[in-house]
Ligand binder design. Structure first.
Ligand code: NI
Ligand code: MN
Length: 227
């Protein structure tokens, strides 16, 4: 049995055969988070969509503690390898095989700078992550505006899309609804809203705007879904 659990903001936990992972593990300082890094002892992988603090989050602490492999773009991996973490760099491109399935990075229109003290380090470009677990495909969009590239995802047969709706830094609700039309996932979960000022959005408005062929799911922080 596989499951995905929402941890608030853009953070998710995914458990599947040979996979115990977090995506964008922003836990400490995340007012929506239902978990702390201390609660995770056994992680095989951590996926990071881009270098911003609300996505890179607690990756360093979690990676050092659990020895999980961080899967991210080449620049973020180089940065994290310098901190002593185990990394698996990849980039926007083809499917990459792992013991648990396959992973593909797709475009996200967004920045990826890494804040370290007063410096902003170059963190490559932001990505979206597609996890193929058995015959189930999850698309975590990361942070992104609406982009025509999302139309390419329709051919990939996305079972579950995790889409940002908070506006300002990412898609707002009308944009996210257009993204759904382009991606045509079977199910969609809204994320990246109401965590900090400037990204206020009502997930009910997004769910009510969805066409009838897609199942919209509102996960409260801590709630999970089996697949
Ligand atoms: Ni960001
Ligand atoms: Mn963000």
């Amino acid at each position: 049995m596989s499951m995905i659990r929402y941890l608030g903001h853009s953070a998710f936990q995914v458990s599947a055969r040979e996979l115990e992972c977090l995506v964008d593990p922003f836990l400490k300082g995340n007012v929506q988070s239902c978990a702390l890094p201390e609660e995770f002892d056994n992680l095989t992988h951590i996926f990071v969509t881009h270098g911003h603090g609300d996505h890179l989050g607690d990756t360093i602490q979690l990676g050092l503690k659990t020895n999980a492999t961080v899967v991210a773009n080449a620049e973020i991996c180089r940065y994290l390898a310098g901190k002593g973490l185990k990394t698996h760099p990849m980039y926007i491109g083809g499917w990459v095989g792992f013991p648990f399935g396959r992973v593909k990075f797709v475009p996200a229109v967004h920045g990826s700078g890494i804040t370290e003290g007063k410096e902003t380090l170059y963190g490559g470009v932001a990505v979206g992550v597609i996890l193929e677990l058995g015959d189930f495909r999850i698309y975590h969009a990361g942070d992104t505006g609406l982009t025509a590239d999302m139309g390419l995802l329709q051919a990939l047969g996305i079972d579950l899309a995790l889409l940002p709706i908070g506006g300002r830094y990412v898609m707002d609700i009308p944009d996210a609804l257009r993204a759904v039309e382009m991606i045509r996932p079977k199910q969609v979960i809204p994320m990246h809203f109401n965590t900090f000022p400037g990204i206020e959005a009502d997930p009910a408005e997004f769910l009510e705007g969805l066409p009838e062929w897609v199942r919209g799911i509102r996960l409260e922080s801590g709630q999970s879904l089996q697949f």
